[in-house]
Write a protein that binds this ligand. Structure first.
Ligand code: IVH
Length: 699
């Protein structure tokens, strides 16, 4: 149930761009929420799901799309509002009894002093501080009922989180039962993290399995917490540091320090570096000390949390909507390391743009080994005056790709060599293609339309989850298809035969079949996705969406003048020109004609979202052999249109699709009076031509 599309980078889908009215959307949203809640109940409470994970994901996706179009209809209890980007994450959502707040950040000693001054303005009596390491993980609330660990809930949106008790139980340091509980209801909060050693081990194992690795320990910890199989979680070695205590909903001691002391003696893991500080100068000294030791620990820290120690003063200071006033996070500077630049690789992107990538002597920084970093473009190389063999400064902050930010010129030996920008495209096999750099542009480009590297990148973009969403068409398969000469542009995907795909090296029959079904399914992805997938320069997801709704079809967009294009909100003259140029290219016109001929939906009226809305929630049962569609393909088409395919006929079944030699399902459908369709009827329904259900008696 992962792979959720993020709606956050689909901002501003407005009601006027959306083909349904607000009232219709409201009804659809409510129906989807109810349906998702129903399936959650079946899955988590009754352990008896009636739909596949994929179908469930589709429901959540449709809800996300609708909510993105009508953000005013989003309610905090919507299944999409669960933090962590995994509304379909598969855990029961439970409310926090006490809200889990976040922290305000400060980045320099002066800012910390300003925070102190603000505190002192509100409370002018004496108080001391507790300074603790800020662990870079995910926060978790543990509940002990009558001394027994009964619930573990992730932070979620602060108000509600995921119930992950089984996963939390795998954290070996945590007491399952308290020797001397302070009350019947104890809540302990803290940060779950993956030790760096465990993180390295995990990534090595994932790599050996050919699976995707995690970019940093925090993502690995969060990803692990979301796993549905607690056995797998147990094997990963999560750990935790606890830092908050509530007894029957209130802080039980007079000071925060006493809470930490109690937690420690009650066998909870408490970070050993927590320190009581009488003055802010002591706090600042602590921050400097902790920052200097940062790289020596077996867990990532991203700062120090400074807390007012007396609870009475905490209460006086109170909290804002988001964070307490009595605590603040002093953030460490981004990690900078020095290493040697071994070489530069020039990568060719899907539009032919060349990007220099620094190949570094690997260094371990903030939880990950950095061996590559971005050099952006030729101008940046000149600005830094960076040379091969140089000692360079690499900065890594959060999840951002590491950057080369400087050169240690004093360390030069004289053996450093200038970085030479290639004149020929490194992605073209015969290497005879001259790169071009347009007036006013910072990047060199490969102008060769048949550049195989460009093609591979373009196909990866076309198949991406946010584009045509063709599962199974990843880098490796694309490589094979391009190498075999089977695909020279994205339209070729739709003329591939099952035999051709099955014959690809080491692609089993089943994967080939699935891939064919996914490709077929992508035909109905809809105009918005298609426009984005085509990779028209400057047309990202948002612009694709605006253009789709404004022009309504690929043909109309292709014929639009620059003036017509700039009339669209947010489309400026440069983008308009680029779009015109793209459509003026004969090869692109030919490509569009072939996509249309292959049956790819190029009009808005039959876009995925609308079809999906039409068949949302409809249950189908397939029986017998259909004349042209395989079972997989029929399922994919129904699912793409928002319907679901289940195995058994019941009163809830909306249609039974019948082929040759149907089984007992037909008789059951007839007995229950469920409408029966043949393949033609199914296709008509998918294409929005009425309700062609044949009365059962006519079969
Ligand atoms: S106290 C109401 N202490 O940092 C105050 N938080 O950026 C609650 N964190 O959501 C937080 N180490 O997940 C506190 N020693 C520590 C922490 C810590 C890490 C996390 C926590 C919080 C986030 C805020």
């Amino acid at each position: 149930m992962s792979n959720q599309p993020s709606t956050s980078d689909w901002p501003g889908e407005r009601s006027q761009d959306w083909p349904v009215t607000r009232a219709e959307a409201q009804r659809m949203i409510e129906a989807l929420r109810a349906e998702i809640a129903h399936h959650n109940e079946l899955y988590y409470q009754q352990h008896a799901p009636i739909i596949a994970d994929y179908d469930y994901d589709q429901l959540v996706r449709r809800l996300q799309a609708l909510e993105a179009a009508f953000p005013e209809l989003i309610t905090p209890d919507s299944p999409t509002q669960r933090v962590g980007g995994s509304p379909g994450g598969g855990f029961k959502s439970v409310p926090h009894r006490i809200r889990m707040l976040s922290l305000d950040n400060v980045y320099a000693p002066e800012e910390l002093r300003e925070w102190e001054a603000r505190c002192r303005r509100v409370y002018d009596g004496p108080f001391d501080y507790v300074a603790e390491l800020k662990i870079d993980g995910l926060s978790l609330a543990l509940r002990y009922t009558d001394g027994v660990l009964t619930e573990a809930v992730t932070r979620g949106d602060g108000t509600t989180g995921d119930l992950v008790t089984d996963n939390a139980r795998t954290i070996r340091q945590l007491p399952q039962r308290l020797a001397a509980p302070l009350g019947s209801d104890i809540e302990v909060r803290g940060e779950v993290y993956l030790p760096l050693s465990a993180f390295r081990q995990l990534n090595a194992a994932l790599e050996a399995e050919g699976e995707k690795t995690f970019v940093n320990p925090r993502n690995a910890a969060a990803g692990t917490m979301k796993l549905l199989d607690a056995h797998v979680v147990a094997g990963r070695g999560l750990a935790m540091f606890c830092y908050e205590l509530f007894v029957n909903g209130v802080k039980p001691f007079e000071t925060h320090w006493e809470s930490l002391t109690w937690l420690r003696q009650a066998a909870f893991p408490v970070n050993p570096h927590a320190r009581r500080c009488a003055t802010l100068d002591e706090v600042l000294a602590y921050c400097a000390e902790m920052e200097s030791q940062r790289a020596t620990r077996d867990y990532d820290t991203d700062g120090v949390v400074v807390k007012v120690n007396p609870i009475r003063v905490q209460q006086e200071l109170g909290e804002t909507a988001k964070a307490p006033r009595w605590a603040v996070a002093y953030k460490f500077a981004p990690m900078r390391v020095r290493t040697r630049l071994r070489g530069v690789t020039w990568q060719v992107g899907r539009l032919g743009t060349l990007t220099p990538v620094a190949e570094l002597e690997p260094v371990f920084v903030a939880g990950t080994t950095v061996a590559r970093a971005s050099l952006h473009n030729e101008d940046q190389i000149q600005r830094l005056d960076v040379r091969l063999g140089d000692q360079v400064i690499v900065e890594k902050s959060g999840d951002i790709i590491p950057q080369v930010v400087g050169v240690v010129t004093e360390a030069r030996t004289g053996a450093e060599a200038p970085i030479v920008v290639p004149t020929l495209c490194p992605g073209c096999p015969d290497r005879q293609v001259r790169l071009v750099r347009a007036e006013g542009e910072v990047a060199w480009r490969c102008p060769e339309p048949h550049c195989p590297t460009k093609l591979r990148q373009a196909l990866q973009h076309f198949a991406a989850r946010t584009a045509m969403d063709i599962e199974g068409l990843g880098e490796v398969v694309i490589d094979k298809l391009v190498r075999e000469g089977l695909v020279t542009d994205c339209a070729d995907l739709y003329t591939l035969t099952a035999e051709q795909v099955a014959a690809l090296e080491r692609l089993g029959d089943k994967s080939a079949q699935n891939l064919m079904a996914q490709i077929a399914r992508s035909k109905t992805a809809g105009l918005e996705r298609l426009l984005f997938a085509l990779g028209i320069p400057d047309v990202g997801r948002r612009k694709a969406q605006l253009l789709a709704h404004h022009f309504g079809s690929l043909a109309a967009l292709a014929g639009a003048s620059e003036e017509a294009l700039t009339a669209v909100r947010d489309i400026g003259t440069t983008t308009a020109r680029r779009i015109r140029e793209w459509f003026a290219d004969d090869r692109h016109r030919h490509l569009i004609a072939r996509l249309e001929a292959a049956g790819v939906v190029t009009r808005l009226e039959t876009s995925g979202s609308q079809t999906a809305a039409r068949l949302a929630g409809k249950q189908f049962v397939l029986t017998g052999t259909l004349p042209t569609l395989t079972r997989n393909a029929a399922t994919a088409l129904i699912e793409a249109a928002g319907g679901r395919v289940t195995g058994t006929v019941s009163k809830k079944t909306n249609y039974v699709v019948v082929g040759d030699n149907p089984g007992s399902k037909l008789a059951k459908a007839q007995a229950l009076g469920v409408p029966v369709l043949d393949e033609a009827g199914l296709l008509a329904l998918l294409n929005g031509r009425g309700t062609p259900a044949m009365p059962p008696a006519s079969l």
